[in-house]
Design a protein. Sequence first.
Length: 240
Amino acid sequence: MAEQQSYKLPDKLPGHVGIIMDGNGRWAKNKGLPRTAGHKAGVDAAREIVRFSGDIGLEHLTLYAFSTENWRRPPKEINFLMRLMKRLLRDEVEDLIKNNVKLRVIGNFKNMGKDMVDEINRAIDLTKNVTGLNLNLALSYGGRDEIIMAVNKIIEQVKKGEHPEINEESFKHYLFTEGLPDPDLIIRTSGEMRVSNFLIYQGAYAEYYVTDIFWPNFSPEEFVKALNEYAHRTRRFGKV
């Protein structure tokens, strides 16, 4: 477990933190390693951040693991990532339960193949009664895709003769994140200043924190820096 006493945490944590885990490839390139090594190192970083998040009492953590745009990568890299994620879903479940972590997957993951879908559903089912950290993995996820799919769900209701009342709150029920609170803080590693199609509806009023550190080097210490920065911001939500 993470040693909380070595970190100065803010008095109040954000309820929901989203992380755009970026920089695995560049981390590997800087070390003269293949991109696959960067993805493996990124998994180690994610594992540590998940455990730390549970230890400090964070309620919701959403990790952007594989985007709709990532399908455009070379087939060899995609195949490696699919094998890696499938193995992780299978092998990490016991640790998730042990560390009181409940898994949820958001995104159009049904296009990832039956074996992957089976592993996802198995992991979700095995952790469904856990009461600690809610870990949301964004797999085959894209904010635009999510909104389009939500609109199509509403259209189908209308075709059936139903007339749903649509407003900002009711629309959320059609999203992958139904039932989740909007993110309070979104962190992006590797210094890139863009949202990359991540929670673009839900993150309308999230606070953003960008660090130049590549994801494999993103440690609990760096996470605490982001949490403390968030704690010193004033959130106005458009008000004065």
